[in-house]
Write a protein that binds this ligand. Sequence first.
Ligand code: FAD
Length: 462
Amino acid sequence: MTVVAIIGGGFTGALTAWHLAWQTLDVQIIVIEPRDRLGAGLAYSTADPAHRINVPASRMTMRTDIADGLHRWIEAQGIALSPNSVTAEGALFPQRGVVADYVAQALAPDLAQGRIRHLRTRATGLTRTDRFRLTLENGTALEADHVVIATSHPPPALPASLAALRDDPRLIADPSDAAAITAAALTRRVMVLGTGLTSADVVASLDRQGFRGAILALSRRGQRSRGHAVGHPESDADFAVTPARTALWLLRRVRAEVARDAAHGLPWQAALDNVRRDGPAIWAALPQAERARLVHRLRVWWDVHRFRIAPQVEAVLDHLIAQDRLRIRAGHLIGIERDKAGLIVTWTPKGRTARREVFDRVILTTGPAHDRIIAGSPVLASAAIDGLLRADALGLGLDVTDGCRAVGATGAPVPDLWIAGPLARGHVGELMGIPEVTAHAELVASRVADAIAKDRPHTRTA
Ligand SMILES: Cc1cc2nc3c(=O)[nH]c(=O)nc-3n(C[C@H](O)[C@H](O)[C@H](O)COP(=O)(O)OP(=O)(O)OC[C@H]3O[C@@H](n4cnc5c(N)ncnc54)[C@H](O)[C@@H]3O)c2cc1C
């Protein structure tokens, strides 16, 4: 039997396995994932009720031919959602764990029948002779004919300037550490480094757990993730027609479309949704130097407009800001010193002089260490040493061909080694939210199924 090993069983790995199981016969699919459940990954393994999906359920799905798959599933299953999960306009923003339940239920029959196997361990090495050889943290090894890499988000890394505080429990380097956030909720002075979606998660979580103090959220530009506008008509802005060839041209065009929409009463979100829809065409049209310019100059703005927060979380932030208990500021962190009274933070507000403030906790929400994708992962580092993969030119993920194959150290595609999900975003452009990740997992599954069927045509089912 042909063996396909998928490294990483978050949303991407689970969906790739599921679509591959549909499209093939006589193929053993093995997902290597240390978490208990396939499909949960970093985003959907949270049990915190304050953590909600950040796009409505009507736009999240496991299959692209049913765009509102999650919404339908919630209704069909009669899933009991907390009362404030539904907005006045009827949009569902359930707690994020619901997504993991949705994926788990879909995969259950394949897992029960053994078409998909879940190995609850971590891959530590990947090399190739005739077949791929994976070494696993549990001391065993595995041979496979095809390997799909779907490890996506590396763990957050502590900045070198904070290394001396590594063992201080008052510095929370991993915001998914639920116990540490619960302990922080009992304090009065919290600093959050980062002002994006994870920062919003942390603030909502502290508030839910009865935090009574004040929070300073700091980032270089002090931009918080924006909210949704639901129930508006679609914009007819089309960025795929004669796509922009420079980042500046793209920016001007987006601004012009937003202004044109505004004149017709549409919110800015309408045109931005179309930028996201047209993402692949926009990205494909940009020369590499312009992609780099876009990543360096515009990404921070794109991120805060594109990664929106659930209305429930937005309401918590607005309430705390109105009470003067949440300050979101632009500035630079200079350093943090330990003191009996707390952590003394020296920071410079943008355009002003440095100041010192004492906090009981400092929570890092600057996100996964995407700049250490290979170095931070033993399995990817081992594959890179073997020449099987390399980072993409923009440092967003791994180098990938049009056909989703890994590009090796020599620049040539590596047969039967595939990259699925956000790790391929340097090639695809926007590839982080569920709609794009689902489409990519489907694509990778069909490429793998086609490759297997070349030698064994009877294995292809659809
Ligand atoms: C906090 C958060 C919230 C989000 N919320 C939304 C949302 O509401 N809506 C939306 O559309 N998008 C959302 N996203 C974006 C998107 O859904 C995720 O980026 C997407 O789920 C990516 O899933 P993944 O499986 O590719 O990556 P991950 O979730 O990172 O999963 C990768 C998996 O690989 C495993 N792994 C890593 N290394 C190894 C190894 N060596 N061996 C075996 N396994 C390994 C990890 O344990 C992990 O489970 C969110 C993202 C984050 C981070």
